[in-house]
Design a binder for this molecule. Sequence first.
Ligand code: NAP
Length: 246
Amino acid sequence: MLTGKVVLVTGASRGIGRATALLAAENHAHVIINYNRSEENAVELVDLIRGKGLQASLLKADVSSEAEVRDMFRAIREKHSSLDVLVNNAGIMQNNLLMLSNTELFDRTIATNLKGTFLCARYASNLMKKQGAGRIINLSSTIGLHGNVGQTVYSASKAAVVGFTKSAAKELGRYGITVNAIAPGFIETDLLKDLKPALREKMISNIALGRVGIPEDVAKVVLFLSSDLGEYVSGEVIVVDGCQIM
Ligand code: NAP
């Protein structure tokens, strides 16, 4: 479905990003695997993809750093001269009650989840404009749509991604660039590993499909939006949560 396309997935060393990159490669894209800290995991993924006779390369960059994002896009321009799909997946979730949340937590979360999305989309849209086509897919969250106790900062960062997505879609449509967001619910990744068992059970009991999501559930929707199947979809937020009863 993605033959000949160049796809950048930020935060592809683990979780949803990893599954997204793998599925894109299996659909014959050349995937660029961005990572920040988990080099071993990222190298393992590239080896796995290349071992299947498919194409992948690796680029380290902290998406919250303008200099590192600039260098990453310079490397993409030099190596590929084009970028067809950007998946703004890199994100962090550090929870605390509002009254206990410090400014450092706020700055760190916004820098990764929102500024990182902004920086990558800005550099990518410059490349895509020249091509007259492109897909930008931003990872939001159902928490950004509905809010949650203990997640004011994370929720704010993910709600901001929705506003960013809708405005960017309106602005970039004239260049043939679609911009969409995906709002996953409860997806089994490292992000949720510290969740208390009782809370986990309660959350599962609120999912109509009766199970936690897996990274591949989200990767499939990214694939749809990246491919020709999603060509007339822009400015949307697609919820992938197994029907959570809020
Ligand atoms: P995860 O398993 O914790 O993985 C996070 C990924 O983001 C890692 O690959 C990490 O790379 C990367 N990352 C973090 N900070 C980065 C930075 N500054 N620069 C570059 N990469 C960075 O998380 P996940 O569950 O897959 O979540 C992926 C996205 O989906 C996030 O945006 C998250 O908010 C969103 N989401 C997840 C869920 C869920 O239930 N899991 C629900 C809703 C939304 P390194 O390890 O290499 O640093």
